[in-house]
Design a protein around this ligand. Sequence first.
Ligand SMILES: [Zn+2]
Length: 264
Amino acid sequence: MIGKWWKKRTLEKIQISDEQWQAAEAQLFCLDHLGAEDRRRLREMAREFLAEKQWTGAQGLPLTAPMQLSIALQACLPVLNLGLEHYRGWVGIVVYPGDFVIPRQTTDADGIVHEYDDQVLGEAWEGGPVLLSWFDDPDDAGGVNMVIHEFAHKLDMENGEVDGIPKLPEDISRRDWIAAFEPAYEDFCRKVDEADRRGEETLLDPYGSEHPSEFFAVMSEAFFETPEVLHDEYPAVYELLRRYYRQNTLPRDSEGPLRAFSAP
Ligand SMILES: [Zn+2]
């Protein structure tokens, strides 16, 4: 009971005006497919998410309401029809001003330790916080939705191994998942290599070829940001993500004009 009372009190303290929501939503093309009732539910979930998480601005970044609303809406979008409980068990959200550096250490086969700096846009720690970079101009992020990307990693971690296979609902078998994702991942790795050789770019973010877990995160970004591209390239992956996220992100009227993309 005490827990519930506390949560209710915290939620009541968060007052967000309609104008504030609208301003945050207007920047997010990834919400285009949602109807009025879905948007209402998403706002409610985002409010709860704001209250439940512990927010920190890194490197002196002052956290503002527009920033937090934008991150909360994007973080909640993938779990809109799955439930916020998928993000329980950890509380920290750390926001950096732009991309940031994580010091890494690896030990090679000879036992020699190598230290290096990794420049990243975001990172999700198992059982720990989500680290995100914030850009006032979304174009500076290079067409990447790092919020959806990092939260897809969180979903992937829910069942332990970070392998590109999240905890699946009863109506999706592991076999279904692998049958759609494995050939698409292999094809994508081939396309990225080929594009590299020719000095060209792939339609989907080549970072997805790094590992099956990155492929799931990048395909999740595409599912919400550029669903037409994903559907054209890998229809089986689109279909499985539609069943997994329980959302249809393609424009309702496929005969109509294409919706605007936020990716350049
Ligand atoms: Zn990643």
